[in-house]
Design a protein around this ligand. Sequence first.
Ligand SMILES: [Zn+2]
Length: 61
Amino acid sequence: MKRKVCKKCKLFVKESVCPICQSSDLSENWQGRVYILDADKSEVAKKAEIKNKGEYAIKAR
Ligand SMILES: [Zn+2]
């Protein structure tokens, strides 16, 4: 089974609810993957407005 990402913040989610935004709006329709270690120093994180470290999809619909 494909992993799920939160549609709002694009974080990979193991549970049925996103631990960051508490959204249950998850999607298996995602592309690309990026691991953010330090959101404050990462250009990718800034562009994607990611504020927490973790594993994110680049695109999610
Ligand atoms: Zn979320």
